[in-house]
Ligand binder design. Structure first.
Ligand code: SF4
Length: 450
């Protein structure tokens, strides 16, 4: 390295290799927040560049150090790109939820793996690189409260319609199919409200996606903290429209909904998962099972009262699904008061109990890793179901989506949302959200080859 020259850190956000998933729609692409944070944690004598495949295909860019983030469905691409640099002797680093679950795999394809959250380990990665002693594995403790610098947002592609921001991390629910608890911990950890507000003030986009896995949490303290955040947004005149994620208990305290709405909340995503209590219990989705499937519409009604629309996350292709159950689920989604339906296929992600069980039972059909990780994007069945042939069930689900996202039905549903929420913005957003999910489930459908 020449003395005096600024070193270059290249950060890459890879896309799925088949171009499927959220990337299909411009307004479902989310900023790679972790890369903005890593850029902010990098000393000022470095030049940092982000290549974001959400907007453009990777083209080789010279760098001294190359960092990747990845989900399971994008990690195959990350490893492929890392090879280009490793072949030239340029060190590569990877972080994110996937490699935190399978660091051994990742270290075969990159030089260093960051397990867990970057804030507590990235400064060490940089200083070790500068001292020529990069380690294979870095693992930092979870900081509580979260101490995270403002992401360098000027490095994100300017075409993002939604700006991402995170105010809490962690989830105590520990559902069988989700790796959030393993990655971010069981305890809710908060960022200081003043820091979050100051960050919001600098965001140019009108629309925010609050990435927190559960903005409200499951304790009174968490509810009060959420109310405190919303009140601070109102007091400071943030004036953004936002989407967030919550669990079914979000309507327990209507003050939360009142201040969420006043602070600009237009839609809430709720993981409903199934209309069958045995599936909820089997997946350890305790809260939904406890509140009961009959509580769903009442919760949606309360949320609507404050002008907020609901995106219900519904899983198709549970391992014990049958044709009758899929038909019933379609009927349930059409009759539900949810405004938008996010349909996903059950996907055993690494690091989850579901993955370990299916692996032990020899039921992971897509198991040629890392190549097959690209199919772990919730759009194909990657395992052998119990009662049906995998392809038969998958094809039946694809057909079922025709009814979930039937255009005439979606238009009627938009009018219903408008009527129930009294908000044109929420009605429009929920229609667009349905339309985007429709495009995603039809967009780049993976044809399983096994
Ligand atoms: S699915 Fe939602 S509630 Fe369950 S562990 Fe993941 S983030 Fe928590």
């Amino acid at each position: 390295m020449k003395h005096g020259r600024k070193k270059t850190l290249l950060l890459v956000n890879p896309a799925t290799k088949n171009g499927s998933g959220f990337i299909i729609n411009k307004d479902t692409r989310y900023q790679p927040l972790s890369l903005g944070i890593i850029a902010a944690l990098t000393p000022p004598d470095w030049k940092v560049k982000i290549i974001d495949e959400n907007f453009r295909i990777f083209r080789y860019y010279k760098a001294d150090l190359v960092g990747f983030t990845a989900f399971s469905s994008t990690v195959t691409r990350a490893y492929e790109l890392a090879k280009l640099y490793r072949d030239e002797g340029i060190p590569t680093v990877i972080g994110g939820i996937h490699v935190s679950m399978v660091p051994g795999e990742a270290s075969e394809f990159v030089d260093a793996v960051v397990i867990g959250e970057a804030e507590t380990s990235w400064p060490r990665v940089i200083s070790d690189f500068e001292n020529n002693k990069l380690q294979r594995i870095y693992q930092g403790p979870l900081s509580d409260p979260i101490e995270s610098p403002k992401p360098r947002r000027e490095l994100f592609h300017p075409a993002y319609i939604f700006a991402s921001i995170q105010t809490t991390r962690g989830c105590p629910m520990n559902c069988d199919f989700c790796s959030v608890t393993a990655f971010n911990g069981r305890n809710y950890r908060y960022r200081q409200i003043a820091e979050v507000i100051s960050e919001m003030e600098e965001i140019p986009q009108k629309n925010l996606f609050i990435l927190d896995d559960n903005i409200v949490g499951n304790t009174v303290q968490a509810q009060n903290r959420a109310i405190g955040l919303f009140k601070a947004m109102i007091d400071r005149g943030i004036k953004k429209d936002w989407i967030g994620q919550a669990s079914l208990n979000v309507a327990d305290n209507e003050e939360v909904l009142k201040y969420a709405a006043k602070s600009g909340c237009r839609m809430l995503f709720i993981g409903i998962e199934s209309e069958r209590e045995d599936q909820l219990v089997g997946a350890n989705k305790k809260l939904n099972a406890k509140m009961g499937v009959n509580s769903y519409d009442e919760v949606f009604r309360k949320i609507h009262k404050y002008g907020i629309a609901v995106i219900a996350g519904i899983i198709f292709g549970w391992e014990d699904d049958t044709i009758e159950r899929i038909d019933h689920r379609v009927k349930f989604t059409r009759e539900s008061h949810a405004d938008s339906i996010q349909s996903t296929m059950l996907t055993p992600l690494p690091g989850t109990r579901l993955f370990e069980r299916m692996k032990k039972e020899g039921r992971l059909v897509m198991n040629n890793f890392p190549e097959d990780w690209q199919h772990y994007g919730y759009e194909s069945l990657v395992f052998a179901p119990i009662h049906m042939d995998r392809i038969e069930l998958q094809d039946y689900i694809y057909k079922a989506y025709n009814k979930v996202y039937e255009p005439a039905f979606l238009k009627r549903r938009m009018l219903k949302t408008w009527w129930r929420t009294g908000s044109l913005t929420s009605a429009y957003w929920s229609f667009m959200s349905n339309w985007n999910y429709r495009r995603m489930v039809y967009g780049k459908r993976e044809k399983p080859g096994k």
